[in-house]
Design a protein around this ligand. Structure first.
Ligand code: ADP
Ligand code: MG
Ligand code: MG
Length: 205
């Protein structure tokens, strides 16, 4: 059976790990330009730790939350941990597709938690610039009864992440680089976009 027949939390976790492993070097290179070059390893390390936990519950989000909150350093560790924690609060089905409206509410809760702790607004060139449009697109798609809400979220996240290249970072290490970071997309935002891309591919293949 393909992923469409069995989109469990384990599937999400393993596909996310695959995607992050493929992107690790690119994410690291970007973090070398605007930060300290550890983001690719932080993200991959957390996903690998989550894989070592029992990953099937809560759409894989529970294991990701525990791994990132407990074990991942950097600024991104706790922030991704908070996002995964909120996403894990949705009642993810063992099989089949999660309810888009619940997922949208969870994504909004994740966004609120990240903003509360990190203090970033939209436009500061952080992962918020991918997460905020993704949460909104998911909510809009759920309200409209759209066919592919996770794909809409993934597209919005990818657009938001790409758009960070035009911004002057105002939070995190990239803010020290300031205007010299213009032209470089924010690695954390690309990481968030990767998460929604994986959800779209798993649940809307
Ligand atoms: P560090 O800078 O501590 O090495 P990481 O490299 O693990 O952290 O993560 C960097 C990413 O964290 C950035 O690309 C950005 O998306 C995100 N980030 C940094 N600071 C904030 C913040 N205050 N709010 C939201 N996201 C942030
Ligand atoms: Mg870093
Ligand atoms: Mg660091």
């Amino acid at each position: 059976a393909g992923d469409a027949a069995d989109p469990s939390g384990r599937t999400v976790l393993d596909r996310f790990a695959e995607a992050v492993a493929e992107s690790r070097d690119d994410l690291t290179a970007l973090d070398q330009l605007v930060g300290d070059g550890d983001f690719g390893d932080n993200l991959l390390g957390g996903v690998r730790r989550a894989q070592a936990l029992d990953g099937a519950a809560s759409g894989g989000m529970g294991a990701l939350a525990r791994a990132f909150l407990d074990d991942v350093g950097g600024t991104s560790g706790p922030l991704f941990g908070l996002l995964f924690q909120q996403l894990g609060a949705v009642s993810w089905p063992e099989e089949g597709v999660p309810d888009a409206r619940s997922a949208a509410e969870a994504a909004e809760a994740g966004l609120a938690a990240v903003r509360r702790v990190g203090g970033a607004e939209v436009g500061d060139s952080t992962l918020v610039d991918a997460l905020a449009p993704a949460a909104r697109a998911l909510g809009d798609a759920a309200r409209d009864g759209a066919d592919a809400p996770f794909s809409a979220a993934a597209e919005a996240a990818a657009r938001g992440a790409a758009g960070t290249a035009d911004l002057t970072p105002r939070r995190g290490r990239a803010s020290y680089v300031g205007e010299r970071a213009v032209g470089v997309p924010d690695p954390g935002a690309l990481g968030v976009a990767l998460l929604f891309l994986v959800l779209a591919r798993v649940y809307e293949p």
